[in-house]
Design a protein around this ligand. Structure first.
Ligand SMILES: Cc1cc2nc3c(=O)[nH]c(=O)nc-3n(C[C@H](O)[C@H](O)[C@H](O)COP(=O)(O)OP(=O)(O)OC[C@H]3O[C@@H](n4cnc5c(N)ncnc54)[C@H](O)[C@@H]3O)c2cc1C
Length: 444
């Protein structure tokens, strides 16, 4: 049995890992377009500053990433975020601490008295009767009111998905929140009952010593597969019950192919096999986002927290600023400090695609306006993602039902990436494991 996996991000690698774990004898070849593995998990070391181009970690309240870390023998790389960096800020008209208790919520200037009253009234709002999808904004306005949605949900969705509340499906992006309404009749009712049921510690943000690339390298080393980097896959063709995979230089034959590429790349690769499937894949939208890493040899700001997210109403050019060297101590050399500034997303896609020089200026202006930083950085690193994070639009899950039933027409063909059922690392790994077990079942 010969299997091809296309794409060497976390989805491709973890799919390979789980197949090999159950079926050590199958031969897997993984094709990666770039010169190194990792995709959106990529660390750049600039003079000892570790800048993450994409994800910087995962939450420990879901088991998926932690399990994979342990199973792949990468446990010694685990790095827990600093307890001092738990405090988060929201920039609205000024920087305000994110309230984390009922008392702090009552005092926060982020909402007016009536805004807070409206949130409290959530317990009286009837649950939606049907399962129809809606935007996060419509869900938020309905349940907790306009002020809470604009001050809290809007920056949160920009921070997690680089999206905007009126452009993202609540069913696809926040299934756990939708479940609270559906099962318990409301968010507060659900949270109280759930807290009683599964009392336990909340999640802690975890990462890896040396950055996320250290884990990617360790994971790749733990899997006995052939890895071909610098090898973009151009197309796939079917020949009876085999797949012919074309790269620039060669055509090779496989019994099974798993595409762990972004949906728009999978669309191109599959176009020759199934034009309709390709069209459905191409229909999945991506948000552009740019990440600007700022390294300071000297910075007077204490950076005593996790970072900030800006609301749309603040009308700033930055979505948020992560205080990286406070979150994970090894992100800057001793005595120095590192920040990462997020720009663009669905809120202002045109900004994400500015030139590197312009993005650098936006970032420097952004930390000045939101944090009062006047010193200039000693090092700057810019990463532009033209298509950074999939943006699950309203109706996404319905579209996925159709897409995956169409995929079933092609025996031996699988899709595993962040484009379908969750973008967080925990989601990607959980989905990869599901795809791996489906693939294994088909060959057992
Ligand atoms: C700025 C940013 C910040 C993020 N922060 C977090 C975070 O803090 N926590 C978190 O949980 N998640 C975060 N995410 C999301 C998370 O990083 C991604 O969802 C996840 O890494 C995606 O993994 P993937 O393997 O599905 O896709 P990708 O990482 O996109 O991997 C796809 C791979 O396919 C390769 N490829 C593409 N075309 C071809 C081809 N034709 N042939 C061969 N190879 C090809 C690509 O080069 C790439 O390596 C962030 C994402 C971004 C962009």
């Amino acid at each position: 049995m010969k299997i091809a996996i296309i794409g060497g991000g976390i989805s491709g690698l973890s799919t390979a890992f789980y197949i090999k774990q159950s079926k050590p004898d199958v031969k897997i070849t993984l094709f990666e377009k770039e010169s190194s593995l990792g995709g959106k998990m990529m660390t750049k070391n600039i003079e000892g500053f570790l800048f993450e181009e994409g994800s910087n970690g995962f939450l420990s309240n879901k088991p998926d990433t932690l399990e994979l870390v342990k199973q792949s023998g990468s446990e010694e790389l685990l790095l827990r975020s600093s307890d001092e960096a738990r405090v988060r800020y929201i920039y609205k008209d000024a920087l305000h601490q994110l309230p984390e208790s009922a008392g702090a919520f009552l005092k926060t200037p982020l909402l007016s008295f009536f805004g807070k009253l409206r949130v409290a009234a959530e317990v009286f709002i009837r649950a939606k009767k049907d399962d129809s999808d809606e935007t996060l904004q419509s869900f938020g306005y309905r349940r907790v009111g306009r002020e809470m949605t604009d001050a809290f949900l809007d920056p949160m969705v920009a921070g997690i998905f680089a999206s905007a509340p009126d452009k993202i499906s609540v069913n696809a992006a926040f299934p756990a929140v939708v479940k609270l309404e559906k099962e318990y009749g409301g968010l507060f009712k659900g949270m109280i009952k759930k807290k009683k049921k599964d009392a336990g510690p909340g999640g802690v943000l975890m990462s890896f010593k040396g950055g996320v690339s250290a884990f990617i390298d360790s994971l790749a080393k733990s899997i006995d597969i052939e890895i071909k980097t610098d090898t973009p896959v151009k197309s796939l063709k079917k020949s009876k019950d085999k797949y012919l995979l074309n790269t620039q230089d060669e055509t090779s034959e496989f019994d099974m192919v798993i595409l762990s590429t972004p949906a728009f790349q999978s669309a191109k690769i599959l176009n020759g096999i199934d034009a309709k499937l390709s069209e459905m894949l191409d229909d999945i939208e991506y948000s552009p986002i740019s990440v600007v890493g700022l390294g300071y040899n000297e910075l007077s700001h204490k950076l005593d927290g996790f970072g900030l997210l800006a609301t749309s109403s603040a009308k700033k050019d930055v979505l948020g600023v992560l205080w990286d060297s406070s979150i994970f101590t090894d992100r800057a050399p001793k005595g120095k400090k590192a920040l990462r500034v997020m720009i663009g997303g669905q809120r202002s896609p045109e900004l994400a695609l500015k030139s590197e020089e312009e993005l650098k200026e936006i970032a420097i202006k952004g930390v000045n306006e939101t944090m009062g930083i006047e010193e200039l950085p000693s090092f700057v690193y810019v990463k532009r993602w033209k298509k950074g994070i999939p943006n699950y639009r309203v109706g996404h899950l319905e579209k996925m039902d159709k897409l995956f039933s169409k995929l079933k027409e092609h025996k031996g063909l699988y899709l595993s990436s962040n484009a379908y059922f969750g973008v967080g690392l925990n989601d990607c790994i959980s989905n990869s494991r599901k795809v791996a077990s489906e693939a294994i079942r088909s060959i057992s």
